[in-house]
Ligand binder design. Structure first.
Ligand code: COS
Length: 384
């Protein structure tokens, strides 16, 4: 665990340099080819980025949540697809094992995830179960020493690259809601698993999602997370609490990058005989963006510290995800506006970010789901 500022600063410096020297120059090629170059993924492995959140005892960096979000502020000053390739292994794909797995499950899977040799994906969403995650229909029926899994998962990030899935499936079809759901670790090469074609998305080229189809897939009973049935929905929700702080930090990093690009353009571009940045209406857009990024950053750091202190941060995580993702959309819109016609052209890159960041308001819970979580908790507290 990095606990001293010097070691953390050295890590932040090396991530920042990596972004400037390796990732930013590769943005266009990733957007054109829809692939992250293999050598970049390898460099990310060597930097330990896949193992950011895995305990040192399993070969990871064991970053605290505060340290993790600080790394993300730096790592995400570039196309979000680069974060996405490590994102599910660092976050939603691995954390269920870490939070609720048995010692044997952790010992078996976490070392490979820490090095990035194994890629983890999170399989919750289904064609008919998105926001209403507890209504999922995929079944995992016990049969001797294994479970038989049937169903389809949708929009699964990194599924085409995954070595394993943290899968949520219904072990008790008689129980319709959350209590019938269990979580499993499923080897992606298990017979009976097939993949849909890679989704054609609005943005985030280089980050791949697809359907995952389970047809009579045999999963060893020992792969039931925590060896407890009926706990899978809670595992998923705890994972998403952390994931939402993570995504909010991603939004801060990308928004900062867009603002940096807009500011640079505003001081270089001249109209009416002076840099457009000297016009107060342009300054207003810069100022609003600066203040909103600062607010989101402060919220994310506060929520991360509270989580590190062992507090329940469900509400804070949703506040961060909601505010930071909406903020990022507004900053993207202003960045396009400041660049004017150039903001609409592919060669300036801002239009790409504009499309990329739209996803932040959707995945890991839409803005409306975050509102629901926050509002419901407020009313519940007030009625006690
Ligand atoms: N941490 C721990 N447990 C949690 C929890 C959390 N953050 N949130 C809910 N739970 C528990 C509840 O306490 C409840 O347990 P008990 O019945 O023992 O009390 C159980 O899980 C069911 O919770 P709840 O009744 O709140 O479930 P709902 O179906 O009403 O809905 C929402 C929950 C809508 C919040 C949930 O479905 C959700 O987050 N949806 C969005 C899913 C999402 O983000 N999808 C993105 C895909 S992943 S990229």
């Amino acid at each position: 665990m990095i606990r001293d500022p010097e070691t953390l600063n050295a890590l932040l410096d090396s991530v920042s340099r990596f972004v400037r020297e390796r990732l930013v120059p590769a943005e266009e090629v990733v957007a054109k080819t829809d692939e992250i170059p293999a050598e970049i993924v390898q460099e990310m492995r060597e930097m330990g980025l896949f193992g950011m959140t895995i305990p040192e005892s399993f070969g990871g960096l064991e970053l605290t949540m505060e340290e993790e979000v600080r790394v993300l502020f730096e790592l995400c000053k570039t196309s979000p697809a680069f974060r996405s390739i490590i994102g599910t292994t660092v976050g939603i794909g691995s954390q269920g094992i870490l939070m609720d797995g048995t010692d044997a499950q952790k010992a078996k899977y976490l070392p490979g995830l820490a090095t990035g040799e194994l890629i983890a994906s999170f399989a919750l969403t289904e064609p008919e179960a998105g926001s209403d995650a507890a209504s999922l229909k995929t079944t995992a029926i016990r049969d001797g020493d294994h479970y038989v899994v049937n169903g389809t998962k949708r929009y699964i990030t990194n599924a085409p690259h995954a070595s394993l899935f943290t899968l949520m499936a219904r072990t008790d079809p008689q129980i319709k809601g959350a209590a019938g759901v269990s979580a499993f670790i499923v080897d992606a090469k298990s017979p009976g698993i097939s993949f849909g074609k890679i989704d054609q998305k609005m943005g985030q080229k280089g980050a791949h999602t697809c359907d995952v189809i389970f047809d009579n897939v045999k999963v060893p009973a020992e792969n039931l997370i925590g060896h407890k049935e009926g706990q899978g929905f809670k595992t998923a929700m705890k994972v998403l609490d952390k994931g939402r702080i993570h995504i909010a930090a991603v939004c801060v990093g990308v928004a900062q990058r867009m603002l940096d690009d807009a500011l640079r353009y505003a001081v270089e571009r001249k109209q009416f005989g002076q840099p457009i940045g000297e016009f107060q209406l342009v300054q207003a857009m810069l100022a609003d963006s600066k203040a909103e990024i600062y607010a989101a950053e402060s919220m994310v750091l506060d929520a991360a510290r509270k989580r590190d202190d062992g507090l329940n941060v469900t509400t804070e995580a949703s506040c961060c995800k909601m505010f930071a993702s909406e903020m990022c959309g507004r900053v993207a819109d202003r960045a396009v506006q400041i660049l004017g016609g150039a903001g609409y052209l592919a060669e300036y890159g801002v239009e790409r970010f504009y499309r990329d960041v739209r996803l932040f308001r959707l995945y890991e819970g839409t803005t409306q789901i975050q509102q629901l979580i926050i509002g419901r908790a407020m009313v519940k507290e007030a009625m006690r």
